[in-house]
Write a protein of this length. Structure first.
Length: 456
C-alpha cells in the first residue's frame, strides 16, 4: 500500500496487533504466575496443617501408626494431593498418591517413591515435638489444574480474555479505519487542491480542518495561492504598464520619424532633441527594469562592506546640488556618523532615489530636512519635504511603474521607489513614506554595524 490511507491504516493496525499480543502475553504470564503462587501456597498450607495433625497424633499415641494416620488425614486426601510420611527412623509409615493409599509391603513401589524425594517430589521435612523428631513429612500437590473445576475456570478465563482482546482489536481497527480515512480524505482534498492550483485554477478553497499538520499545510497552500494571485495580478498590471509606458514614446518616435521620412515634418534641431528625449526615456525604463530584476533575483548577492551611511548621504546630496537652484530649494542636514554593513553602490542609489524624489515632488522654494541618526541597533535616515500625496496614492507608492498624477508630468520610469524598496529589503532594512500634516516624511531603516571602536 503506497497510499497515505494504506500506510496510516497499516501502521495503526500493526501497533494495535502488537499491543494486543503484548497484553495477551502479560495476561498469560500473570495467569501462570498466579497458578504457580497458588500451588506453592497450597503446598505450604498442607505441609503446615498435616504437620500439626502428626504432632497431635504423636502426642496422643506416642508414635505414628498407619491406621490412625489414615483416619486422621482422611479430610486432606484428595486426588490432587500426594503424602509421604516416614517414622523417625525414616521408614515409610503412610503413603498416599493421587487418590490411592499405597501398600507399604510393595517394596518396588515404595522404593521408587522414596527415591523421588528431593528430586521430582518435595523433600521429606522433619516434624519436631520440641527437640524430639516425631517423623518426616513430604507434601506435594498436583497443581491448580489437576482439579476439573479449576481447569474449567482457567479455560473459561482464557477464552473470555481472548475474546475480549479480539473484540477490542476489531473495534480498535475499525476506529483506525475511520481515522485513517478521515486523515487521508483531508490530505487527498489538499492534494487535489494543490494539483488544481498548479494547473492554473486560482479559485481553489483549502479547508482548514483536521490535524494540526494538515491545517498548517492548508494555511501554507492558501498563502501560496494568495502570492500566486498577487504575482499574476502584478505581472499583468506590470505588462500593461510596460506596454503603455513603452507605447507612448515609441508611438511618438514613430510618428515623428514617419513625418520626417515623408517630408511632412522638417528634421529640425528641436524635433531631433525631442526624438532623443523619447529614446532616453525608453532607455531609462529598460535600464530600471533590468536593475529591479537583478536586485530581486534569488541568485543576486550583495558586495557587502562597512560603510559610513552619513557619507553616502553627503555623496547623494552632492549629486543633486546642481538641481536645487532650479527649484529654489535648500537642504537642511543633521547627519550623525553611523555605520552599516552593505553594498555601497546599491545603498547610494536607494538614498539618491529618495532624496531626488523629495526634490522633484516637493514644493518649490521650501527646504528639505535630511536627518541621519542611530536608534539603538538601527540606522535611521529621515527625509522631510513639504508637499501633499493624495491618500489614495499612499498604498501604491512602491508599486512597479506607479506614477501619481503629478509624476506623469515629470521625468522618471516609475520604478525608483520599487528599486529602493527591493535594495533595502535585501539589506534586511525597510522604507516607509507617510503624510504628516503638510509634509511628506520618508524613513529608511537599516541594521547598524556595531563594534568596540568609535566611529571617526
Amino acid at each position: 500500500m503506497n497510499t497515505l490511507f494504506g500506510r496510516t491504516f497499516l501502521g495503526i493496525a500493526a501497533a494495535l496487533v502488537l499491543l494486543s499480543v503484548i497484553i495477551g502475553l502479560f495476561v498469560y504470564v500473570g495467569l501462570q504466575r498466579s497458578v504457580s503462587v497458588w500451588n506453592v501456597n497450597r503446598t505450604r498450607h498442607l505441609q503446615s496443617t498435616v504437620s500439626q495433625e502428626l504432632l497431635r497424633i504423636a502426642r496422643q499415641e506416642g508414635d505414628l501408626h498407619e491406621v490412625r494416620l489414615s483416619a486422621a488425614l482422611e479430610r486432606f486426601l484428595t486426588p490432587g494431593v500426594s503424602l509421604v510420611i516416614l517414622s523417625p527412623e525414616q521408614e515409610p509409615v503412610f503413603l498416599y498418591e493421587r487418590g490411592l493409599r499405597l501398600d507399604l509391603t510393595d517394596a518396588g513401589q515404595v522404593g521408587a517413591i522414596l527415591e523421588e524425594l528431593g528430586r521430582s517430589r518435595n523433600p521429606a521435612l522433619a516434624v519436631f515435638d520440641q527437640d524430639r523428631i516425631v517423623g518426616y513429612l513430604s507434601v506435594d500437590t498436583l497443581g491448580f489444574r489437576s482439579d476439573l473445576s479449576n481447569r474449567m475456570f482457567i479455560n473459561s478465563m482464557i477464552v473470555s480474555i481472548a475474546l475480549a482482546i479480539l473484540l477490542s482489536l476489531v473495534l480498535a481497527l475499525s476506529m483506525a479505519l475511520l481515522i485513517s480515512r478521515q486523515l487521508t480524505g483531508q490530505a487527498r482534498s489538499l492534494a487535489v487542491g494543490l494539483t488544481d492550483l498548479a494547473r492554473g485554477n486560482r479559485s481553489v478553497e483549502f479547508s482548514r480542518r483536521g490535524a494540526e499538520e494538515l491545517r498548517t499545510i492548508a494555511d501554507a497552500a492558501r498563502a501560496l495561492q494568495g502570492q500566486l494571485i498577487r504575482g499574476e495580478q502584478l505581472r499583468n498590471q506590470w505588462m500593461q504598464d510596460i506596454a503603455h509606458d513603452l507605447r507612448t514614446p515609441i508611438t511618438a518616435l514613430s510618428s515623428q520619424l514617419e513625418g520626417m521620412i515623408e517630408g511632412v515634418l522638417q528634421p529640425s534641431r528641436t524635433r531631433l532633441q525631442s526624438v532623443h528625449q523619447e529614446l532616453q526615456r525608453v532607455e531609462e525604463l529598460v535600464r530600471d527594469l533590468r536593475e529591479l530584476s537583478r536586485v530581486e533575483s534569488p541568485e543576486f548577492t550583495l558586495e557587502r562592506e562597512v560603510l559610513r551611511i552619513d557619507h553616502l548621504v553627503e555623496t547623494a546630496l552632492g549629486r543633486l546640488r546642481h538641481r536645487e537652484d532650479a527649484r529654489n530649494t535648500s537642504w537642511v542636514t543633521n547627519l550623525e556618523p553611523v555605520e552599516v554593513n552593505g553594498d555601497k553602490s546599491l545603498l547610494l542609489r536607494s538614498i539618491t532615489n529618495v532624496l531626488e524624489n523629495a526634490l522633484v515632488h516637493g514644493e518649490e522654494g521650501r527646504e528639505i530636512v535630511v536627518e541621519m541618526r542611530s536608534a539603538g541597533r538601527t540606522a535611521r535616515l529621515s527625509v522631510v519635504n513639504y508637499g501633499q500625496i493624495p491618500e489614495k496614492h499612499l498604498p501604491h507608492l512602491f508599486d512597479r511603474l506607479f506614477r501619481g498624477d503629478r509624476g506623469r508630468s515629470t521625468p522618471g520610469s516609475g520604478l525608483g521607489l520599487a528599486i529602493t524598496q527591493a535594495i533595502l529589503e535585501r539589506h534586511e532594512g525597510s522604507i516607509s513614506i507617510r503624510q504628516q500634516s503638510d509634509q511628506v516624511v520618508a524613513v529608511i531603516e537599516l541594521p547598524g554595524h556595531h563594534h568596540s571602536g568609535s566611529v571617526a
